[in-house]
Design a protein around this ligand. Structure first.
Ligand SMILES: [Zn+2]
Length: 242
């Protein structure tokens, strides 16, 4: 096989964190707490090492009171990379699906990477609506790394492209990896926090705009031959392809 056609994906972990389950699915699970998986994705395509999302950082006291971070031995993102003989400096590209604190917590580690983020997301992260303020921690994303603000869809390599899926936030995006056999690995991000979001068209509980969020779910549902990765479910924590 031509090296340009080689593509692989590996789901990583950054542990888990607790949150009220209604944050994940709109209008359901009142009173329940969920231990949500944190699952960055490593993609290798055209020799580039691409990381989707960077996990959760050291939470400030104000957040730590509400969210417990749980990590077993070897479950932190840095350790997961080390187990593959990689350091943060080996990552060429980072895609943040969005800049909520549980998706960009370790951005500062990836000094050599170009960070692809929707311009609308960067703008909003600096000046969120009042109801969304707690979800952004400026110290996590306002760090000296190289952001490449993009507008709309973007192709990273022949086999990897970014698909805007707003609604959860204004500049939310998902990532699609086309495998040589025709299947597509679809990293939904928080457009679909749990499996039921796609299977039952249940929008997330944390929302910028509910109507836009539903449209994004339908966009993801329309992808053929898809293997979906939901950002926070605990059912699927291992995936290595091909
Ligand atoms: Zn989010």
């Amino acid at each position: 096989m031509d090296m340009a056609d080689e593509v692989s994906v590996r789901l990583l972990s950054d542990g888990r964190f607790t949150l009220p389950k209604p944050f994940l699915v709109y209008g359901k699970y009142f009173g329940e707490t969920y231990e949500a998986a944190l699952k960055p994705l490593l993609i290798i395509s055209e020799g580039k090492r691409i990381l989707v999302d960077t996990g959760i950082g050291e939470l400030p006291e104000k957040h730590a009171r509400f969210h417990q971070v749980i990590r077993g031995p070897g479950e932190a993102l840095e350790e997961q990379l080390r187990a593959l003989d990689l350091g943060p400096e080996d990552i060429d590209v980072v895609v943040n699906t969005h800049l909520h604190f549980d998706h960009c917590g370790k951005n500062a580690l990836f000094e050599n990477a170009l960070f692809y983020v929707q311009l609308a997301e960067l703008r909003y992260a600096y000046a969120p609506d009042r109801f969304m303020k707690n979800a952004y921690i400026r110290d996590f994303f306002d760090v000296p790394v190289k952001y490449v603000p993009i507008r709309g869809p973007h192709r990273l390599t022949k086999h990897v492209h970014i698909l805007p899926t707003p609604g959860h936030t204004p500049g939310h995006q998902s990532v699609v990896v086309e495998l040589p056999d025709g299947r597509k690995v679809v990293y939904c991000g928080d457009a679909a926090t749990l499996r039921e979001c796609l299977e039952r068209r249940n929008i997330p509980g944390v929302l910028w705009r509910s109507d836009v969020a539903l449209r994004s779910i339908d966009k993801l549902r329309g992808i053929e031959n898809a293997i979906y990765i939901y950002s926070h479910d605990r059912e699927q924590v291992r995936l290595v392809l091909p």
